[in-house]
Design a protein. Structure first.
Length: 762
């Protein structure tokens, strides 16, 4: 069962602009974990939110203080939905990154030209000292203004004894900049020591530019991951028309309270969940159900907020507003899923927590080895190797691998009507080999419906149904309601019956236009002296198919048989077939008798040997456990209160959106539209999302596993200077820190771009 927080508060942890690394996740989570009352903290790098489960009440500001004390910005967030302030913060962050990048790129151009082409053409006549001073002039604002977030993060990490990406970038760029500064200001001392006063301002400048570029692209991509969520939120109308007395006033949506009477005009969105009290209209519910055909509504019918009123105006009474509305429940479930973590993500966090100290150790070791054993100029080679290790090892890709995929996958699921409760659900979906459907309300519509009309010779089906429905028109019995509904759908005009009397468990008798009418079991008709004749064989076939047979007689003569059944939902056989094609076993479980159960299973395409009939509500979970004991990994699909224990007991619970709240709380996946075709879609989406997470983490690990040794100079050792490859390529096996910074930036962007593939899931 998905873990349900006792209490949940969110903070928005904002690291310095341009620096939100994977290692920051562990730092913020550790800081929150030290607050008394915090049971668990989970930071989502993609949404920049910390989801906190509380074992005891804690003031939200106290949580924000803990995050700020760890060196990161934070403010309490009151709801699951990104508010205007949060949107402004993200827009300001992106604008700040863009500004720093543009300025840094413009200033870096002359630095790169002087650093790499200073001995070509007219520049060759310029004194080296002058060229170094010019580079210093342009590189200084890049280092101390554009790269200030990294410098500040470095100092914060040292002061608080924490290590994160800021430390790696800050130490790397500062080392190159300060070395070059010293070579520019005191070149004589370098010459006295036998070291040429080379400068590496271009290295420091280009590293800052490329990392800012990566962060800018990363911020834009992160914004794209939440696009589906924003589309959901944009469905909310801004105002509602509240009716008081005879006056109508426009009020903000937040001012609507349960019980308020509202006016909904044609073309407007329904403001909140409620019921129609006056008027009739057609409602476009496609945002909720996915069905393009509008639904007719009238007095007493429920309407859902954010759906579109297409035709007439109507009055409604508000019932569920704000966080209790269907739309906001969908948003909350998606936000909860996005804040969760899969086991693979928790592994990445543990690695990231020790990653930075290990990288610093490797960088120091590379510096020492190059300085002691490398070719001349040893100090320059040692410095470049250490800087390259620090830059290429930044764990951004690790930190973004899981949350970005989760955001896109759960957001795409919300668009398809599939709500995934959390990352642990994705892992539960792996290896599912058995799907168990509840029958009533899941495979079937959950209410009796007119199935067939079998008139006696010389009687039309229309007359048979009109007589039956006229006598039953005032009955509240489910079978009577199904017959009357069938007649109404066919447009039949019904007569008014007289002296109708119900015979419990057997049927009804009455008068219709002065003629006696009997409806009910064949036994009741036999008592009234009516013989079914040739229809008796048809009655047996209908009952064998699991249908309820209602015999109808008028004036002492049989008119025919009316059959009623709980019919399959549209698309049920197709959904079962799709699951079977995917290699899954499909079972059905029900409390109905075996004959009815097998008839429904046969119509749905479920094998007769996989039907569990006459199962009491309390036994459903035990039957699921029995399948699991056979080594099967089971997904349970249900909708009712009695399904909740089985949904919780299954490896994966899938609740129908039209079912009860308790069933949806017990399930890991909710199908908002109640469409069975969404079951195979939900399983494929869950598996695909986890697959993308694993791919992201794999390539992030591979990138660092390969990149760090290359940056440290492993290829130099393998190729050896003067070997067969080095002279041909003009390359000695060392990695320029500028290339390392480009590779680091591209790794983060590639992870986010990989996650965005889920937006194309069909």
């Amino acid at each position: 069962m998905p873990f349900l927080p006792l209490s949940q508060v969110k903070t928005s942890p904002t690291a310095p602009a341009a620096a939100r690394p994977g290692a920051c996740v562990a730092s913020v989570e550790r800081a929150l974990g030290t607050v008394p009352g915090v049971a668990q903290a989970s930071v989502n790098l993609a949404t920049e939110r910390a989801h906190v489960r509380l074992a005891a009440p804690v003031a939200p500001e106290r949580l924000a203080e803990a995050v700020r004390a760890a060196g990161y910005g934070a403010r309490p967030v009151t709801g699951a939905v990104p508010d205007d302030a949060e949107q402004r913060e993200r827009a300001a962050e992106l604008a700040g990154l863009s500004r720093r990048f543009v300025v840094a790129a413009a200033l870096a151009l002359p630095v790169v030209v002087l650093g790499n082409l200073g001995r070509v053409g007219p520049l060759a006549t310029v004194d080296e000292g002058t060229k170094n001073l010019i580079q210093l002039l342009f590189a200084t604002p890049i280092q101390w203004w554009a790269g200030w977030p990294f410098v500040r993060g470095t100092w914060t990490g040292i002061r608080r004894r924490t290590a994160d990406m800021n430390l790696l970038i800050g130490v790397g760029t500062l080392a190159a900049y300060l070395y070059s500064l010293a070579a520019t200001v005191w070149p004589g001392r370098f010459l006295a020591a036998g070291v040429a006063p080379h400068v590496y301002f271009d290295t420091a400048a280009v590293i800052v530019v490329l990392i800012l570029l990566g962060r800018m692209l990363e911020a834009q991509a992160r914004a794209g991951t939440s696009r589906a969520m924003r589309r959901l939120l944009d469905l909310r109308p801004r105002v509602a028309h509240r009716v008081k007395g005879g006056d109508t006033e426009a009020v903000p949506l937040e001012a609507v309270a349960p019980g308020d009477r509202l006016l909904v005009r044609p073309g407007e969105r329904v403001p909140v969940d409620g019921r129609v009290t006056e008027g009739r209209s057609r409602i476009d519910q496609s945002m909720l159900t996915g069905e393009p055909m509008p639904v007719e509504v009238g007095p007493g019918d429920a309407v859902v907020g954010a759906t579109v009123n297409q035709s007439g105006a109507f009055h409604m009474q508000a019932e569920k507003v704000g966080a209790d509305s269907v739309l906001m429940q969908i948003v909350r479930l998606v936000q909860q899923a996005q804040g969760s973590k899969a086991a693979v993500a928790r592994l990445a966090d543990r690695i990231a927590a020790v990653f930075v100290p290990v990288v610093i150790t490797v960088a120091l070791a590379a510096f020492v080895l190059w300085f002691d054993l490398g070719p001349a100029p040893r100090l320059a080679h040692a410095l470049l190797a250490a800087v390259a290790v620090l830059i290429i090892a930044c764990p951004c890709a690790l930190g973004l691998a899981t949350p970005t995929a989760l955001m896109v996958g759960t957001g795409r699921g919300a668009e398809l009507g599939v709500l995934i409760r959390g990352a642990e659900v994705l892992e539960s979906a792996q290896g599912i080999d058995t799907v168990v459907f509840d029958k009533t309300g899941t495979l079937t519509l959950g209410r009796p419906a007119l199935a067939d009309l079998l008139p006696a010779p010389g009687v039309t089906a229309e007359r048979l149904l009109r007589v039956a429905a006229s006598v039953e028109r005032h009955s509240e019995h489910p079978l009577a309601a199904a017959i009357v509904r069938g007649a109404t759908e066919r447009g039949l005009a019904l007569a008014e019956p007289d002296d109708v009397a119900a015979i419990p468990g057997r049927g009804v008798v009455g008068l219709l236009q002065g003629r006696p009418v009997v409806l009910g079991t064949p036994a009741l008709l036999a008592e009234q002296g009516v013989d079914l004749g040739a229809l008796d064989a048809e009655r047996e076939r209908q009952e064998a198919a699991g249908r309820t047979v209602v015999a109808v007689a008028e004036g002492g003569a049989v008119l025919g048989l009316v059959t009623v059944s709980d019919t399959l939902k549209p698309g049920a056989p197709e959904a079962v077939a799709a699951l079977a094609r995917a290699g899954l076993q499909v079972w059905m479980i029900t409390g109905d008798n075996a004959r009815t159960a097998h008839a429904v299973a046969r119509a749905a395409g479920i094998d007769a040997g996989r039907v569990l009939a006459q199962v009491l509500p309390g036994e459903k979970a035990a039957r699921i456990a029995g399948l699991q004991a056979q080594g099967r990994k089971v997904a349970m699909v249900g909708d009712g209160i009695n399904d909740a224990p089985a949904l919780a007991r299954a490896d994966l619970g899938i609740a129908m959106g039209g079912g009860t709240d308790i069933a949806m709380e017990a399930a890991g996946i909710t199908l908002v539209r109640g469409d069975l075709a969404a079951v195979p879609i939900a399983l494929r989406l869950a598996r695909r999302t986890l697959q993308v997470i694993r791919q992201n983490l794999f390539w992030a690990f591979v990138y660092n596993t390969v990149g760090i040794p290359v940056a440290a100079g492993l290829l130099f050792v393998l190729l050896r200077v003067g070997g067969p490859v080095g002279p041909v390529l003009g390359w000695q096996g060392t990695l320029n820190p500028m290339l390392a910074s480009l590779a680091m930036a591209l790794s983060s962007v590639s992870v986010v771009t990989s996650s965005l593939r889920l937006r194309r899931f069909r």
